[in-house]
Design a protein around this ligand. Structure first.
Ligand code: PLP
Ligand code: COI
Length: 362
């Protein structure tokens, strides 16, 4: 009896997996970059008269709002980013969506927007991924399904004040590596622009933070750099983050160090990596202020985030003066590699995850 049950479970699992693979869209998964591909369904909920409606999935990928909408006039918008993965055994999972829900709540409050309830946020993610399963890249393809929840003031506002109506939406798009070249080390520059003010909005995921960074990133790209390192705006002596990721550094004696600041985004990837470093790899970890002056003494440097995963930094250009990390421009440093392998192993189901980190889409 036991054996029979075992075989029927195996068969079910196989059928389930093949079923999902067979339904996949015909996309060259291994060669997609980080761009927008329109998928079938997206989730929409509207906030009106002081409450959110039930929300629904829609085929309509466009948004129609007032010409005077709060988002268009005063940039009242925030967003989130996470990914769905196909695991080794064919399940589809999302990584720690509860933390994105919490962070979006923090963003909404800081921008005087209504909170989309955390449990409804996670349900909306689940519904949207489920409706776009055909776009979840297969295991081992190197691609993932990026999930973008966002919210904006949709009603008209002309005096400077919060909108009265809002829209919360979730769309998905299959993505490859954020930086061309995937795991190849990148070169960044120390930016002359500031990203966030000491008591500003750097700690939330407000669209305005990214608008601020556009001129800086276009400038950096034109000069041949992949990204910017922003320093703290008040003293310009401490490392903050890049336009779309937090920093991790590794000391010569293998301590993993990450900058502490009230004006950087509390990256879920970074928080997870620090846990992995300590509890899976047995490394010493430090979240503390990092002075730019000490960066030259680190052995490894990486950018971490949902989009970036862990992108190794080979070189930092400080106004013509170069800091070259010993790990070089060809490969990730050894600790960065271990962190990368462990984190992606957890996300793809090869390594057991800490309790609550993996949310299965059923
Ligand atoms: N910092 C910034 C400015 C970001 O845009 C992101 C991306 O979400 C991150 C850090 C990384 O955060 P997470 O790991 O939660 O994706
Ligand atoms: C993410 O990693 O989810 C982000 O939002 C970063 C963005 C620059 C793509």
């Amino acid at each position: 009896e036991g054996r029979k049950a075992y075989y029927s479970i195996c068969w079910l699992k196989k059928y389930h997996t093949e079923d999902r693979i067979m339904d996949k869209k015909n996309i060259d998964w291994a060669n997609i970059g980080f761009g927008y591909v329109q998928t079938d369904k997206r989730f929409v909920s509207n906030f009106k008269d002081g409450k959110w409606d039930d929300g629904q999935l829609t085929d309509d990928a466009t948004v129609v709002i007032s010409e005077c909408a709060g988002v268009l006039q005063y940039a009242q918008t925030c967003f989130e980013g996470m990914k769905a993965y196909t695991t080794e055994d064919g399940r589809v999972v999302v990584f720690r969506p509860d933390l994105n829900a919490k962070r979006m709540e923090d963003s909404a409050k800081r921008l005087e927007m209504p909170v989309f309830p955390q449990d409804r946020f996670v349900k909306a993610i689940e519904e949207t991924v489920k409706a776009n399963l055909a776009y979840v890249p297969p295991y081992g393809s190197g691609a993932t399904l990026y999930i973008r929840p966002y919210m904006f003031g949709s009603s008209s506002v002309i005096g400077v004040k919060p909108a009265e109506e809002y829209q919360f939406r979730v769309f998905t798009t299959p993505v490859g590596p954020y930086f061309k070249g995937g795991a190849k080390p990148i070169t960044i520059k120390v930016s002359d622009f500031d990203r966030a003010a000491p008591h500003g909005t750097g700690h939330i995921k407000a669209g305005l933070n990214y608008a601020m960074s556009l001129h800086a990133i276009v400038t950096a790209h034109a000069e041949g750099f992949d990204e910017n390192m922003y320093l703290d705006a008040a003293t310009r002596t401490k490392v903050e983050e890049t336009g779309g990721a937090n920093f991790i550094f590794v000391t010569k004696d293998n301590t993993v160090v990450t900058p502490k600041s009230n004006s950087i985004l509390p990256s879920i990837t970074r928080r997870s990596l620090m846990y992995v470093a300590e509890h899976y790899l047995g490394l010493k970890v430090e979240e503390r202020e990092v002075y730019f002056d000490e960066v030259k003494d680190f052995a490894e440097c990486g950018l971490c985030g949902t989009a970036a995963v862990i992108s190794p930094v080979g070189k930092i250009n400080d106004h013509g003066k170069e800091i070259c990390f010993p790990s070089g421009m060809e490969e990730m440093g050894p600790i960065t590699k271990k962190l990368y392998d462990t984190l992606t192993g957890i996300q793809m189901g090869r390594i057991e995850a800490p309790e609550g980190w993996i949310y299965e889409i059923k």
